[in-house]
Write a protein that binds this ligand. Structure first.
Ligand code: ADP
Ligand code: ZN
Ligand code: ZN
Length: 740
């Protein structure tokens, strides 16, 4: 027997199968990981196919050294998915296969953990008799009693109850009355204990949604998009759908944008599904992640919740894949090989006969457009559960505030509502869009902004330790005493950072308690959970935070939400700015009034007339979609076109730019004339908006491509071009998540 094997080396030259001999007595299946000789080294590889006869000289064929696991690490259906990803992401097959495994599994960096265990080999009916027979040893009697359930018990645990347990244990084992062996144990991450609440009675809308979804568990259907307003109870629909899948013997995958942002959803699932649930996220230790993965692979966990890469979880007999908050950018992988987890989810579901369900309160323009074209089935949940009203939204114009002499960070209205909320003993959430408006440090005399020495971005002031930090590369510097340009002492942090707002809130409302959630306060492993739990327990009246408090959280006691500087994303030079701003504002507003008391929202903005702000204030997705879709058609943005860019990075801007220009010229030469006009709307070589990151100068060739039957071929050609040798480092990006 011979095996075709992909050696786990990510290089174009090795991206083909090699044939190895399978030694007598070794059983291999496609997908099994093996150790093989490669050149003078030993390498890991994946069995792709087995065959009876080799296609070249048998004498030259080397043998497989060993199987790394006794089971195929890559399921057959995931093997097929890997082939598809190779095609779509233009990457070597081994890179696509690597997506299917926890990274730490490769290279044997984590080991299966074992523990010595013992169990009794005496039948239940003979136990009393066996105990009676041990009249001379109290230890043996106790041991038999402790083991009488017939289950495996860790020896370590028994040692805690019986001193020198080894001796009676050996005595029993020698007489075949007990068995001692090393058993695998699974490291389980800590989630805390969760009580299962009783199932709520489903609302009419939830029932209708479920009725539409359930048939897709048994017969193939188009992907679904649930457009459900915030608080419409989508999670309960997922739970019922997943439960039904489980009853049918099927598994489920639920993707969430960022696991630490959704502790509640995990709690809900955990309380209903217990140990059949596995959770995959980046904050697990390597050992925990490996064990969670193995629980899934070995079928002990049938339901998986996880971020983007959980779409590759080895769930067999998949019944449903759910993508929650499908509009989130985190579903686009930012690393090579690049993939969109939503596309993979849909493709995987189709391949495995499972239902694909995308859901959001603010669907992406793309997915909603797919519904209008009839490619997806739209399910609408326009009302909140129990007829709770959507919150009342007020918009305050910050330019107007300034004209009235208010230089503070809160508008008069937000201040008034906060006063009322705090004195009534209720809870408020304040949201700051930090990425859009960090507290940069400027000189009030000459206007100089302090920038990172390695990146072309302003540094952010942190008042706790009076340092300046770069959010791109992490550089930290002490706050200078004078302006580096003009030496004036009038150098100040500008704008609003979370810390500054926190200080202001503590001053305005001493005793109310403020919990701040941002990158700095949530670095620890359970920090998110702890902060969220403290707020839920009422230990503070105000929760202040960045993007990470905008979504998913469900605090029934919150009656007021303030978006302090939420529309700053509108200033980003990116065609998706209106979409992102709208999504963010609707999600933020959706945090208010989720309990019995109705909620209010104050949006502070400099652009009250913008359609994204107006539609968000009215919480009218359809109005937003109409305007945005129209604008994209008019200005030829995706989904009507495709953006592609070659990003060129180098030590010097000159090299980066020259590379970009030569690529641009090459494309014009090759696709010039009328063909160019039909397919490439514009092509431009330029410095990238962020000109330097981590000391690397950045330039790009930016192109807008018309959707055309030929586009796929064009992209393949671009991919080839990106793989050629250049003085600068070049990557091709198609509809990149960021054009920075
Ligand atoms: P969404 O994800 O659509 O914003 P959630 O799933 O977070 O909404 O649900 C909002 C709130 O409504 C949660 O507190 C949830 O426990 C509650 N809820 C959901 N379904 C029901 C129901 N049928 N009856 C009562 N409460 C419900
Ligand atoms: Zn930097
Ligand atoms: Zn100055």
């Amino acid at each position: 027997m011979y095996a075709e094997i992909i050696v786990d080396i990510a290089a174009e030259q090795v991206d083909r199968v090699f044939t190895y001999r399978v030694p007598e007595g070794m059983t291999l299946l496609p997908g099994t990981r093996v150790a093989v000789p490669f050149g003078k080294r030993e390498k890991e590889g994946f069995v792709i196919r087995l065959k009876e006869t080799p296609d070249y000289d048998e004498a030259k064929i080397k043998p497989v050294l060993s199987a790394l696991e006794e089971y195929p690490a890559v399921l057959p259906q995931l093997m097929e998915l890997a082939f598809e990803i190779r095609e779509k992401a233009h990457c070597p097959l081994c890179e696509a296969l690597r997506l299917m495994l926890p990274a730490e599994m490769r290279g044997g960096r984590v080991k299966v953990k074992t523990e010595e265990c013992a169990r009794l080999l005496i039948g239940a009916d003979r136990i009393d008799e066996a105990i009676a027979a041990q009249s001379r040893s109290a230890k043996r009697r106790l041991l038999i009693t402790l083991l009488s359930d017939g289950e495996w018990h860790p020896v370590e645990e028994l040692r805690g109850m019986i001193r020198d347990v080894r001796e009676p244990l050996r005595w029993l084992a020698e007489r075949d009355m007990a068995q001692i062996t090393q058993r695998e144990i699974l490291r389980s991450p800590y989630y805390g204990i969760v009580d299962a609440p009783p199932d709520p009675e489903l609302t009419e809308e939830q029932k209708e949604a479920l009725e539409e979804l359930l048939p897709a568990l048994t017969r193939s259907a188009k992907p679904f998009l649930i457009h459900g307003v915030t608080g419409s109870g989508k999670t309960e629909v997922y739970i019922r759908l997943v439960r039904r899948a489980l009853e049918m013997g099927k598994g489920a995958i639920i993707l969430v944008p960022e696991i630490v942002l959704t502790p509640q959803m995990i709690n809900w699932f955990r309380s209903r599904f217990g140990d059949t649930l596995a959770v995959l996220h980046s904050r697990l230790s390597p050992g925990e992640r490996f064990d969670e993965w193995r629980r899934i692979r070995l079928g002990r966990a049938r339901i998986v919740i996880g971020a983007r890469s959980a779409v590759f979880a080895p769930v067999e007999n998949l019944g449903v894949v759910i993508v929650d908050e499908e509009h989130e950018q985190t579903y686009l992988s930012d690393r090579f090989p690049r993939y969109d987890a939503r596309d993979v989810a849909i493709s995987r579901a189709k391949r495995e006969g499972a239902a694909a369900v995308l859901a959001s309160a603010t669907p992406s323009i793309y997915s909603y457009a797919m519904c209008r074209r009839g490619d997806y089935t739209l399910i609408e949940m326009p009302r909140r559960v129990l007829d709770r009203p959507l919150p009342k939204v007020y918009v305050t114009d910050m330019r107007e505030e300034l004209r009235k002499g208010n230089r503070g960070m809160f508008s008069a209205l937000l201040k008034e509502k906060l006063d009322a909320c705090i004195s009534a003993g209720q809870q408020a959430m304040l949201f700051i869009n930090r990425r859009g408006y960090a507290s940069s440090v400027n000189c009030r005399r000459c206007g100089e902004t302090i920038k990172c020495s390695r990146c072309d971005v302003s540094m952010t002031y942190h008042s706790v330790d009076r340092t300046l930090r770069c959010h791109w590369c992490g550089e930290i510097r002490p706050m200078p005493k004078a302006c580096p340009a003009c030496q004036s002492p009038y150098i100040r942090p500008m704008g609003v950072g979370t810390q500054k707002v926190e200080e202001e809130l503590n001053r305005l409302y001493p005793g109310a308690g403020v919990i701040r959630m941002d990158m700095d306060t949530t670095a620890g492993k359970n920090a998110h959970f702890d902060l969220v739990n403290r707020f839920r327990a009422g230990q503070a009246q105000i929760l202040l935070g960045t993007q990470m408090i905008a979504k998913g959280l469900d605090f029934p006691q919150v009656t007021l939400v303030g978006a302090v500087m939420a529309d700053m994303t509108l200033n980003f030079p990116d065609y998706r700015s209106p979409e992102r701003t709208f999504q963010l504002l609707v999600q933020v507003a959706g945090r208010a009034g989720r309990g019995e008391k109705p909620g209010e929202v104050v949006i502070q903005t400099y652009k009250p007339e913008h359609y994204a702000v107006r539609a968000a204030a009215a919480q009218d997705y359809r109005a937003f979609f109409r305007e945005e879709f129209q604008r994209r058609r008019q200005d030829l943005y995706p989904p009507f076109t495709m953006l592609a860019r070659f990003l060129c990075e180098s030590k010097s801007m000159e090299t980066a730019k020259a590379t970009a220009e030569s690529i641009r010229d090459g494309i014009i030469r090759e696709f010039g004339g009328s063909a160019l006009e039909k397919r490439i709307l514009f092509i431009r070589a330029d410095e990238a908006p962020v000109t330097r990151i981590q000391d690397r100068a950045r330039a790009h060739v930016l192109m807008k491509l018309l959707n055309h039957p030929d586009t796929e071929r064009l992209l393949e050609r671009f991919q080839e071009m990106a793989g050629e040798e250049y003085p600068a480092h070049v990557v091709l990006e198609i509809n990149p998540a960021s054009l920075a």
